[in-house]
Write a new protein. Structure first.
Length: 411
């Protein structure tokens, strides 16, 4: 968002926010959540752990090297968050910590950093207005790439957050509805001076760990936030930062998947590498989307490497030389496929049996062409057999070897 505001001004960001919402509604209508099945578990674990690390790192500047009293308040907050839930479950322990420790800080007069030190709070609701930008294709060309990127990154983080909450609650959320709802919210936000947003993992985890499960908790969170700003703004600015730091440290501890250390020892090395790379990239770039995308790409590469192994065995039967192909035939395995044949054969009836394989793409058909043509050059007769229906259709449509010298069979 920063380059857009720097180059074109705030109004273009608000216009981009509205367009972001439009994209997200469209994604929801076309059920974009289906792409979640392409995100491996290793990437999900990496996302969660990176998020926990980032939440913790964000707290460090607010309590390291500040004062001894800051350390004391952080420690007391952690004790409250750990002990109180064992005795009181009806009231969230973070709320108890905030109220009690804020009151102590105010009445004792101890020197602590407060929310007000981070900035002023305007105690009023935002007003509706239409972004002051030209309604032209030139404006659309400026905001389009930003909006598209924001829509994808926002949904990616939100859908991953939804998956985490699903795992914590043992439920299944409607992620396409989440996409549409988030899009509508962003469209409205843009008309009230807000920038595009997405799911808040920290707030979501606190909400779920406090025992909240229904939609009412989400509504109350939004309504009470407005109440805090408009009515209790003068008190909010006095909340000690160490208390909020303690709460977020506990959130990071609860968010981190501690079983991932066992996972690193037991999981395949490729999955362990994917998880570590996802965490490393997120922590290094402070961009959750980059870590997830890198993890997905790396997983895909490892998957291709694992599945690209193809085996060709040969045997002589009567006057025929039979080659049995085993393993998937696609762009990554074609080289090994071609190299497995003995092209020194001459004047031989050759049968290539595909009963134990599947022809997946044009590269595979091209490799079959190459093998057949090489055998033709030494006056061999070639029969292709054992192709399943989908492979046969692909070969018939794309192969160039089909002439009087070759026979295509599905027997």
């Amino acid at each position: 968002m920063v380059p857009l505001v720097k180059e074109h001004g705030l109004n273009y960001l608000l216009a981009a926010t509205i367009l972001t919402g439009v994209f997200q509604v469209i994604f929801g209508v076309f059920k974009v959540a289906k792409v979640m099945k392409f995100i491996p578990r290793a990437v999900m674990i990496g996302f969660v752990n990176a998020l926990a690390i980032m939440i913790f790192m964000a707290q460090v500047p607010h309590f390291i090297g500040i004062s001894n009293m800051t350390y004391i308040f952080v420690a007391i907050t952690l004790v409250i968050l750990f002990v109180v839930p064992k005795f009181i479950k009806s009231i969230p322990s973070p709320l108890i910590a905030i109220v009690v420790l804020t009151a102590i800080a105010i009445y004792s007069g101890v020197e602590l950093g407060t929310v007000g030190d981070l900035g002023a709070i305007t105690q009023s609701l935002p007003a509706f207005f239409i972004p002051d930008v030209p309604f032209t294709f030139e404006t659309l060309a400026i905001i389009f790439p930003y909006s598209f990127a924001l829509a994808i990154v926002g949904l990616l983080e939100s859908l991953l957050t939804a998956s985490i909450v699903d795992d914590m609650t043992g439920t299944e959320s409607d992620k396409n509805k989440e996409s549409r709802g988030q899009g509508i919210a962003n469209m409205i936000t843009g008309f009230f001076g807000g920038m595009a947003g997405c799911a808040m993992i920290g707030q979501s985890v606190i909400n779920v760990k406090s025992g909240r499960r229904g939609r009412l908790s989400t509504l109350v969170a939004g309504v009470f936030l407005m109440f805090l700003i408009i009515v209790l703004g003068d008190l909010v600015v006095q909340i000690p930062m160490p208390v909020l730091v303690g709460i977020m440290i506990m959130v990071s501890i609860g968010t981190f998947d501690w079983s991932s250390f066992t996972y690193l020892r037991k999981a395949p090395k490729s999955d362990a590498v994917v998880m570590l790379v996802s965490v490393g990239i997120v922590v290094a770039t402070h961009d959750l989307s980059q870590g997830v995308i890198a993890g997905v790409i790396l997983s895909a590469l490892f998957f291709v490497a694992k599945t690209s192994k193809i085996q060709v065995t040969e045997r002589k039967e009567n006057q025929n030389m039979i080659f049995n192909v085993k393993g998937p035939l696609f762009f990554a395995s074609v080289e090994g496929f071609v190299e497995s044949f003995d092209f020194t054969l001459k004047n031989t009836n050759i049968i290539i049996d595909f009963s134990n394989t599947n022809v997946w793409d044009d590269s595979a058909v091209g490799a079959i062409d190459k093998v057949v043509i090489k055998f033709y050059e030494n006056n061999n007769k070639v029969t292709i057999q054992g192709l399943n229906s989908s492979s046969k259709k692909l070969v018939e449509r794309l192969a160039i070897y089909n002439d009087a010298n070759a026979k295509l069979s599905t027997h």
